[in-house]
Design a protein around this ligand. Structure first.
Ligand code: NAD
Ligand code: USQ
Length: 403
């Protein structure tokens, strides 16, 4: 069934190929984006490695190649709630897909100003969307891109469920009471904290206004292109490699291409969940097609394909490319080692057979980074955002000062 879909953050790495897929599937798509990522590219001196075109050029290319039209509104959904309200009223969407948040953990940890921006932007954006939908069209299905990182990385060997934890508590009458609670969050950065806070906003609006909401707890996305972004050079997707926005596997592949030793933080014993961008797009399409009923609790789905240790990923990339691996001081505050088991039963039940990482799949991204490596700013490769004052040179750690 063809739907009217609003894609918030549709100029970004995940949002752009998703908007194209939804349009290719026959939905009527409007993108809203304030183009803040392009401004942050300028701030960091590290744009996309791939030469992404501006929004009018992208959309004209899509129309030329496919005959399909996508509308675009340049609105800041955190700062301009009236603009968002008017857009939702005019477009009357069946579905809103919400990618529009500041999504880099290192960027969110740079300093107080970047922490404030991330909280203000992400919480403001999410709450403005919810408040507008509740006021105008509460039967709209909201699909939000959340993160695996809200669960934390305790590594105690238990499989992470999809959003909720079934617990039994002993009442004052000594009877056992069963409850299903939101999985306790353990965010590791201010960015991940905003995704934890988003969950409470969703829980409230699902209960109070019966908004149908799907929250996708996505792992680290890697890769670049999808079948749709490959159709024309002007449709190419963005590729981040810098120390703030570059995600680990894409960074390693780019580092290998430019002859930079792979920057493994600490021992590389961190285990994380991964998904290829082509499956991100498939998952969002499946989520759009399978909304919860009004009045149901928030539907939380883990959007992951597999888990890997960072050191193993570095070894794989080094094996394929012959590059060096460097163990660098970890700028983050995170467990040096953890295990991770994640359920992705819901998407599998909907028919997803995720692509698993293997050498052949790296080839596509290696080809992209080889083709565009001359565009890289090598100075932007090291991760410089430090998580705590203890990591900062010249600052005496609290423990040492007290000794
Ligand atoms: P991105 O930075 O490439 O895209 C985000 C887009 O949202 C940008 O185009 C930006 O301009 C826009 N935006 C931000 N704030 C806005 C605002 N106030 N108003 C309007 N537009 C705004 O990020 P991405 O990698 O495409 O991630 C999209 C979503 O998916 C994020 O919410 C992120 O948390 C989530 N996610 C991403 C990954 C990943 O590995 N990339 C993994 C898990 C979850
Ligand atoms: N890492 C390295 N070397 C690097 C970069 C990262 O060892 O050069 C390590 C990090 O220390 C961390 C792991 O790799 O242990 C993952 O880092 P990342 O930057 O790839 O991922 P992260 O900061 O967690 O954030 C990314 C996206 C974010 C999304 C999240 C999904 O930027 O939007 O929410 O992945 S998840 O990690 O599952 O929470």
């Amino acid at each position: 069934m063809s739907k009217t879909i609003l894609v918030l953050g549709g100029d970004g790495f995940c949002g752009w190929p998703t908007a194209l897929r939804l349009s290719a599937e026959g939905h009527r798509v409007t993108i809203i984006d304030n183009l803040s990522r392009r401004r942050i590219d300028a701030e960091l001196g590290a744009g996309s490695l791939t030469p992404i075109t501006d929004m009018p050029t992208r959309l004209a290319a899509w129309q030329r190649v496919t005959g399909r039209h996508i509308d675009f509104l340049a609105t800041d959904i955190a700062q301009d709630p009236e603009g968002l309200h008017a857009a939702i009223k005019a477009i009357n969407p069946d579905t809103v897909v919400h990618f529009a948040e500041q999504r880099a953990a290192p960027y969110s940890m740079r300093d107080a100003a970047h922490k404030r921006y991330t909280v203000d932007n992400n919480i403001g954006a999410t709450h403005n969307v919810l408040a507008a939908l509740a006021a105008i069209k509460p039967d709209t299905h909201l699909v939000h891109l959340g993160t695996m990182g809200v669960y934390g990385y305790d590594g105690d060997g238990l499989e992470l469920p999809e959003g909720y934890l079934d617990v039994t508590v002993k009442g004052p009458d000594d009877k056992a009471y069963a409850r299903s609670i939101l999985y306790p969050t353990q965010p590791g950065s201010i960015y991940h904290l905003t995704k934890s806070m988003d969950q409470l906003l969703f829980q409230f609006y699902a209960r109070n206004d019966a908004l149908p909401i799907t929250d996708l707890h996505q792992g680290i996305v890697w890769g670049t292109q999808t079948a749709d972004t490959r159709l024309d050079h002007a449709l190419i997707n963005r590729f981040d490699y810098d120390g703030d926005y570059g995600t680990v596997l894409n960074r390693f592949l780019m580092q290998a291409a430019v002859g930079h030793p792979l920057t493994v933080h600490g021992t590389g014993g961190q285990t994380r969940a991964f998904i290829n961008i082509q499956d991100t797009v498939r998952c969002v399409s499946l989520a759009v097609a399978n909304p919860p009923q009004r009045g149901e609790r928030v539907k939380i789905l883990n959007q992951v394909a597999e888990t890997h240790r960072i050191a193993d990923l570095a070894a794989l990339v080094a094996d394929v490319t012959g590059c060096e691996v460097a163990l660098v001081d970890n700028p983050r505050k995170e467990a040096a080692e953890n295990t991770l088991k994640v359920s992705n039963r819901s998407f599998r039940a909907m028919g997803l057979e995720p692509m698993l990482l293997r050498e052949a799949l790296l080839d596509e991204t290696l080809e992209i980074v080889q083709r565009f490596k001359a565009r890289a700013n090598i100075n932007a490769v090291p991760a410089t955002a430090l998580w705590t004052s203890e990591n900062r040179p010249g600052i005496v750690p609290a423990k040492a000062a007290a000794a």
